[in-house]
Design a binder for this molecule. Structure first.
Ligand code: FE2
Length: 163
């Protein structure tokens, strides 16, 4: 059976490849394919990445908090970073929507570039910290009963999000 941290780390690999594509399109925003690529990312971030964050927030983090209190450790930092990522993502897609209507809208391009780059940089760092610190701590300390509870919640969340 897969471990919860293994499932989440596999999600990270896919997210990192999408971030590379996103970064290229932002850097070369006038290229013919950029519009479709950036618009298509919306579904990936709003469905898949959102589900991944919810699995961490509602299933994994509460079990980690049983041995490391939120405010004294990495969980509090991870949650704050999720909030910042939601903010950058919202502003990024606000920019994309405006830009799809008018590709000369400089304000839209500014929203895309600034928020897109902040999102990419923060999410890369965030994933690095989870993979190399938080998940290692979780693997060391989680009891089998906690792992089972996390897996049960993952399945429930997959069902709720229709995956
Ligand atoms: Fe994550």
């Amino acid at each position: 059976m897969s471990r919860p941290t293994e499932i989440l780390s596999n999600d990270h690999k896919l997210v990192l490849t999408k971030l590379n594509v996103m970064e290229q399109s932002i850097n070369d925003i006038k290229s013919p394919g950029a519009k479709k690529i950036l618009a298509d990312l919306k579904e990936f971030f709003e469905k898949d990445v959102k589900l991944h964050f919810v699995k961490e927030e509602e299933a994994l983090f509460p079990e980690i908090e049983k041995f490391i209190p939120r405010d004294a450790g990495p969980v509090g930092v991870m949650l704050m970073e999720h909030e910042d990522l939601y903010k950058y993502e919202g502003n990024f897609f606000k920019g994309v929507a405006l830009w799809l209507k008018d590709d000369n809208n400089m304000e839209a391009i500014k929203l895309i570039k600034e928020n897109g780059r902040s999102y990419i940089n923060l999410l890369r760092e965030h994933i690095y910290k989870e993979d190399n610190m938080l998940f290692m701590m979780a693997d060391m300390h989680l009891e089998d009963s906690q792992i089972n509870e996390i897996m049960r919640k993952f399945e429930e969340l997959d069902r709720k999000h229709n995956i």
